[in-house]
Structures are given as structure tokens and as C-alpha cells.
Design a protein around this ligand. Sequence first.
Ligand code: DGT
Ligand code: CA
Ligand code: CA
Length: 569
Amino acid sequence: MNNREIAAVFFEIADLLELQGVAFKPKAYRKAAQQIETLDREIEEIYKEKKLKSIPGIGEAIAKKVSELIETGKLHYLEKLREEIPKKVVQLMEIPTLGPKTIYFLYNELGIDSVEKLRNACEAHKLAPLKGFGERTEENILKGIRLLERSRGRHLLREAYGDAVPYLEWMNKCRAVEHASIAGSSRRMKETIGDIDLLVTSKDSEKVMKKFLAYPQVKDVIAHGKTKSSIRLTDDVQIDLRVVAQESWGAALQYFTGSKAHNVKLRQIAIKKGLKLNEYGIFEKGTNKQIGGKTEDEIYKTLGLSWIPPELREDRGEIEAGQKGRLPKLVEAEDIKGDFHLHTRSSDGTASIEEIVAAAQKMGYKFITISDHSQSLRVAHGLSEEKLLEQTKQIEKLNERLDNFRVFSSTECDIKSDGKLDYPNQVLNQLDFVIAAVHTKFKLSEEEMTQRVIDGISNEKVKILAHPTGRVLGQRDPYKINLERIFEVCLDTNTFLELNAFPERLDLNDVNLLKAKEKGTKITIGTDSHSLTHLRYMQFGVATARRGWLEKQNVINTYPLKEIEKMLI
Ligand code: DGT
Ligand code: CA
Ligand code: CA
């Protein structure tokens, strides 16, 4: 079993125990699961070295369970738990507005063991008369069900990308494969992915298909043809593979990368030029002679455009810009010199500052920003004033030892519902700069929320507004806020807006980033890392920045350290 599978077992145990109202244990299991998930080597190796207990959060009891899993592929303890609670009840935990205690209560009282039964019970007002429930609870649960359904069937970019890249490597090992690429929304790096599209050229499509279906993580074969097959992976992500001829490679890649809207517009341009464009190539209308399509570049050139980066292909003006030769020169991963949003184990992260510095240096960074949660955010172990100041001192000392690298001391400071910040100024003034963010009371009116945030970022020490709309994909809609006003105030107060690169957030999103760019508001990208593996989420931040048309100069992470210091401190 690999780390992800073993971690999944402990996450499931945590859920099952939590449903039964067991105290403390769920947290311990979840912590162990997180540790296992973020290990940088296979746990089986650690097991063979008999060093399981050297992993933080793994004691005697959990080490024994890991051993059982590795030795037998099963876990007796989990099987017993599963007998007590049906799997469908556990699935109710995916409803974002419903907690485990309520689920267990409803299961015992009303026998509710599926989303369907829960929806029916809410609609028939069976919950409202129960103690501690009311009509508002019912409405809230129904809203959660809607959110869940909307997110179902689509997958976070992290998950889809995490599936697509190793699958592509697998396909590339097949000798019959000439070219292979990811296409579709995963190539455009959209924030959520419906299915993954893979594209291959080969003279022997049967061999290619055989390889495709032999992938170890395939759960079901949905369709199996000579040039097109679809499978579902064990994590429910669907992958479509198409095999095309060499002379159509560019045309097929262009066509299957999409988006549909982008393709429709391109085809219109082709028609106007007396040409025909499809997934096989670009042809002269009368003679049907192929005049392009071996490469993508050829397609765009033939239509009188510069090649358009996949992240821009959403019909948001990129075709017009391509015609005029005015496409943005998009920011690139190599331009990024540091990370603006990181948590340590002092609040709810798992790594120490030193560990983060070492990992960041390995990535070639020149700076990081330590921004643990502020004191009133108890669920995230927000730092007391004393602890924050202690951390600041520690960072100061660390910086003395560091060469050509800087750790910025900051805080992800809560903006309370009245617009006040969560630490007094005399504390904030001892930090390098402050990142402000909304974490509570999301339901204010647009006017109130906008004013609250403006009050927060008007504090001179605040230089960044984190995750400016508060959305969490599949869980929470953005709160109401007048972003146009926020962009203006940011310009007036020398504040920057965050692009939070955490895959569930990606906030600001692509559309809002483009608006911020047009206003002239600059962006900082922060991964919001809670463990060392999260540092790599920067790739999703950069991808989203590119989807928002951002260029190097729009993103502060690309500036020389000296300039960043001048702008933020
Ligand atoms: P997704 O999977 O929902 O995240 O989005 P896509 O963009 O990956 O869409 P998908 O998988 O249905 O199709 C992949 C690409 O193939 C799509 O971006 C454009 C192209 N495509 C598929 N069907 C059509 C179609 O009926 N017309 C046109 N013009 N293009 C299509
Ligand atoms: Ca797709
Ligand atoms: Ca598809």
C-alpha cells in the first residue's frame, strides 16, 4: 500500500470515530494520516527499517495498525468500525454544512443514512421539531446538499493533475507512443476538472490502448475502442485517451485542449479565410488540401494569430489579442522567488520554520513569509501575542545566520467583524508586515463586508489581503464583497491582493485577477502551506495567475528581494 492509501484508512477511521462522538482519538488519527500523506518517502521503507514510531504523531497503537496494513493489506479495526456504521452515513460528512454529531444523531433518531433520505426529511420538515433544530437548520442542510452536488463530478485541479502527470509518464513508456500530451481543461489548468483528456500519436493504436488499460489504478473501463477509450481510476477521476495520426497531432492537440468557446471562435476565423478547421487539420475549402496541423503553432499561424498559451484559451479576449500580436507575456514558474503565505507548527501547520527555509532554499527561493494564524482563531491554534513576538525574535535570529535569503515575519491576522485587527498595533508594528484576512462571520451584507475589509487593510502595517473572497471550492461560496472598491483602496493604501494557491481556494480566481490587473493592483502569491509538501502548490498559483493574464511585473513574488523589502516593510 502506498502512503496515500494508508493515510486514507486513517482518515476514514477518524471520520467513523468522530461520528460516534469519540473524543480526542479522531484528531490523533487525522494527524497521523496527514503526517503519512506528506512524508517524502514511502512508509513501507520506514516500516522495513522498523522506524515507524520515529514519524511524529505515530505511537505504538497506530504503528501496529500501519504494520497490519502493510503485512495483510487489511485492518481488522476498520472493518469492525465499518460494521457499526454504514458507509452511506459516512458519506454524509461530505455535506459541508453538517457536522458529525448531527449526522450520528439523525442516523439514530430518524434512520437517515443517505443524502436522499436527508433531503426528503428536510423538505418534509421532519428535523425542525427536534430539539436544537429549526427551519434554519433545514435550510442550511439543503444548501449544503446543493453545494455538494455542484462539486460532485468535478475534481480539484490538484487531484486531476496529480492523476494526469503519472499517467502520461506511464503512456510515454510505451514504445508505440510517438507524441503524448495532456489536453482538455487539465492542460488549460482550470481550477476544477470534469475529466482528464490524454492525446497520443502512434502507428499502432492497439498497442497504445492495451497500455492505457493496463494502468494499475484503473477501476472500470467505460469505453474501449480502436482510437478512443475511457477509464475510471480508483479515485473516480475519468480519463479519455485518443490516438491520432502524426500529421494531425497539432490540430488534435489544439482541438482537444479547448475550450469549446475558444475553438468555436477559431473555426469562425478559418471559415472567413476560406479554410476548414477540425481535429484532423486545417484544409483549403475547395480542394480539401491539408495546409497545416502538424503542430499547434501551424494552426494559429495559418489563421493569422500568434500561438496562444493553453491557460488563456477561454475566449476572454485572447483571440483578438493574438490577432494583434498583443498577447501578454505570462508569468512563469521560474520567475517566482519566494512564497508569501506559510504556516508553521506553532499554529496549525506541521513543519518548523527551519524546515520550511531548507525546503524553500532547495526550490531556489530567496524568501519566505511566516504567517501563522492570529489569536482569536482558536480552531487553528492562533498565536497569543507573546508567542507571536517570540516567533518574531526567533526569525530575527535566524535571518542573521541566513545568506542571500530572508524570512519575513508576519501574521495572517483576522479582520474581526467590526473591521478591527486581531492584535494591537504595538504588536503588529514589530512584524515585517501584516497579512489580513476574513475567517468568520461570512454572512455580512456586501456593504458591511466591504467596509470591514477596507477598515482592516487601511491599517498601515497591513500589506496583503489574503484570499480576498473567502471561497472554498465545493464547500463555501465567496462572500459578498465589492472587489472594485477593494482594488481602489489597495492602490490608495499600498496594499496587495493575495492569490492564494491552495487548490481548494485559488482566490483571487482567474477572472478577478484579470480585473485586478486592469486596475493596476499588484498580486502576491502565497501557498497557504500547512506542511512541506504544500509548498509545491505554487504551481497551481502560477497557473491561475497565467489564467488571469498576469505578467511578471504584476506578481510581487518575481521582484528582487531588495525591491520587495522596499515595497512591503
Ligand atoms: P472538463 O472536462 O469539463 O473540465 O472540460 P474540457 O474542456 O476538458 O472538456 P471535454 O473533456 O468535454 O473536452 C475536451 C476538449 O475537446 C474541449 O475543451 C474542447 C474539445 N471538444 C469536445 N467536444 C467538443 C465539441 O462538441 N465541439 C468543440 N468545438 N470542441 C469540443
Ligand atoms: Ca476534460
Ligand atoms: Ca473528455
